[in-house]
Design a protein around this ligand. Structure first.
Ligand SMILES: Nc1nc2c(ncn2[C@@H]2O[C@H](COP(=O)(O)OP(=O)(O)OP(=O)(O)O)[C@@H](O)[C@H]2O)c(=O)[nH]1
Ligand SMILES: [Mg+2]
Length: 255
């Protein structure tokens, strides 16, 4: 079977999930081969205007989408397996170690948490998926319903940051999540976490990242933007913040 063709919509890139009437005029260049041998979708994004985070504050935790803050400001949602480092990344990006609760125990984040950044955009911490081997199908279905509701309802969702743990070999559940986002046309990029964290008797993080990209490339003609980060060392932080700032700028211009 040949790889699935990749329209911006198919890969859920930043331009895709805009309601009719507010469609972004965003040029998508042909997919480009990069030095690592993979093909990535190229977006013509405006340069980032203001990527620094000067102010960050917790706004609220919501049990369901209807309780979330009004969807007026652009928002970016972090998803990924429990323990992948979502809350840690939020703290690292904001230079605010106490903002989101971090724990060695998976399942720490149970609600939809909104953090207001620089008074004009949101980072959103969502509960992690599929950590426990014993996780029942029912709880998985619940997670899908819960998050899907969020993705479909929030008009101001600019992009999802799908976090993938680089210290582990590719996990089927992450692949399913990436495929699901792409199929549902939810804009997303992939953020590999914990690049500082080499696990004993495991392949190198770079090999895990390559294997994950390879797995995606077997399904899709081109990959979304990928970032390699560490919340411990700050690696990849400015690159990711720059990308988020460009997407925000694009979002504002589309209004
Ligand atoms: N070495 C290393 N450890 C990290 C990094 N990011 C997170 N961790 C550790 O991974 C564990 C889980 O981090 P969290 O940020 O709580 O993960 P989470 O994805 O928010 O987890 P849930 O809320 O359970 O879904 C903690 O022990 C963190 O200290 C990283 O970049 N490097
Ligand atoms: Mg968390």
């Amino acid at each position: 079977m040949s790889a699935r063709p990749l329209t911006p919509q198919a890969l859920g890139l930043a331009c895709s999930r805009v309601p009719p009437g507010r469609r972004l005029r965003l040029a998508v260049r042909a997919a480009a081969n990069s030095s690592d041998g993979f093909t990535y979708m190229q977006l013509d994004l405006p340069p980032p205007l203001f990527s620094n985070i000067k102010k960050s504050e917790f706004i609220k935790s919501s049990i369901k989408v209807a309780e979330c803050p009004p969807d007026k400001l652009p928002e970016f949602a972090l998803i990924g397996r429990s323990n992948v480092g979502k809350s840690s990344l939020i703290n690292s990006l904001t230079n605010n170690a106490k903002l989101a609760k971090v724990s060695k125990e998976p399942g720490m984040t149970k609600l939809i948490n909104h953090y207001l950044i620089n008074d004009n955009w949101y980072l959103v911490d969502l509960p992690g998926y599929g950590f426990a081997k014993t996780a029942s199908k029912a709880s998985r279905d619940d997670w899908i319903r819960f998050t899907k509701d969020f993705f479909i309802t929030r008009d101001n969702l600019v992009s999802v940051l799908l976090l993938v743990d680089s210290s582990l070999p590719p996990q089927q559940v992450d692949r399913e999540c990436a495929d699901w986002l792409a199929e549902c046309e939810v804009p997303f990029c992939i953020v590999f976490t914990k690049i500082d964290n080499r696990k004993r008797d495991m392949p190198l993080n770079a090999a895990n990242i390559r294997a994950f990209k390879q797995m995606m490339a077997e399904e899709w003609e081109a990959l979304p933007r990928c970032f390699e980060t560490s919340s411990k060392t700050g690696a990849g932080k400015s690159e990711l913040l720059g990308y988020v700032a460009s997407l925000r700028e694009m979002h504002v211009r589309s209004k």
